[in-house]
Design a protein. Sequence first.
Length: 94
Amino acid sequence: MLQAAVWEMPEGKSHLRDADGVSSFDTCWGTNEHGYKFGPVTVATNTGATFPVCGAIVFSEDIPTFKWLFTSINNLFDGNMRILFTDGDKAMAS
């Protein structure tokens, strides 16, 4: 069974570069019919425009899943994601 997946949106690396590597992430409340939660990573550029740079689905919101997810997102963007704001979920903070 798929536990988690992450993918880059079109022009995601360009938008992240325009935002100086600062982004935000939060899983959406509720789930889809298969029990996965969707989590978009978004940025705001210096012009104030917001863009999704990648998306993720997770089955579980636990420490190992978020560790894998944030490592995968950082690798996807070649380590250029400098700051990732979250909602402070306890499993994300660990």
